[in-house]
Design a protein. Structure first.
Length: 216
């Protein structure tokens, strides 16, 4: 696969998503019902973060048992995490930041990958490695929409997925920015709902959110 094809695949996944839930899964048995609940609410592109001991097994279970979900791996911190994501069969990888080593490994990998950036210099390093779709993290805390617009000045062709501090109240404002392809966040799957198995509540929240962001 060429780097262009890989970037096109990444952009297509993010554009189809509108919202990408950032999932932290503590119990393996929650993985499949959670993915089904999200998909039932119209949210198909999922980021399973490598933040818990069961994360990789949870992602694997979702990939195997919920084929309608487009499962990516988040919190990729190094080349080993990236290789793990690819071996699991993830459709994409995403990071809160990047290191030169991670960018090099991702440039050599076929896995569509979105590095994280919060400054112009970080964005320049991502672009130099061939990555023009990036996660802007932590979006609200790193300057919000004003910072995004300032970055779009010198870098008009980048595509952005902001994450960090985004929720039901401000998702539409971010999505109205021309460079924003999708927004990410943990608000679509509150830890308390996962813990209590409130799958219907998660489905309802997803459906409500998508309806408000993409009115028929
Ligand atoms: C992430 O990794 O993208 C963040 O943890 C999500 O941020 P949020 O919890 O503010 O949505």
């Amino acid at each position: 696969m060429t780097a262009t094809t890989r970037q096109e695949q990444l952009a297509a996944i993010f554009k189809s998503a509108t919202v990408i839930p950032v999932l932290t899964i503590d119990r393996l048995e929650d993985a499949v019902p959670l993915a089904r609940a999200l998909v039932a609410g119209g949210v198909r592109v999922l980021e399973v973060t490598l933040r818990t001991p069961v994360a990789a097994d949870a992602a694997k279970a979702m990939i195997t048992e919920v084929p309608e979900a487009i499962v990516g791996i988040g919190t990729i911190l190094d080349a080993d995490d990236l290789a793990r994501a690819r071996a699991l069969g993830a459709k994409f990888g995403i990071s809160p930041g990047a290191t030169p080593e991670l960018l090099k490994a991702a440039a050599a990998s076929e896995l569509p990958f979105a590095p994280g950036i919060a400054t112009a210099s970080e964005l320049m390093q991502a672009l130099a490695a061939g990555f023009d779709l990036v996660k802007f993290f932590p979006a609200e805390q790193a300057g919000g929409i004003k910072a995004l617009r300032a970055l779009a000045g010198p870098f008009p062709n980048i595509l952005i997925c902001p994450t960090g501090g985004i929720g039901e109240a401000n998702a539409a404002t971010w999505l109205a920015e021309p460079n924003v392809v999708a927004v990410g966040g943990s608000w679509l799957c509150p830890a308390a709902d996962i813990r209590s198995g409130n799958w219907a509540g998660i489905t309802a929240m997803c459906a409500r959110t998508l309806k408000s962001l993409k009115p028929a």
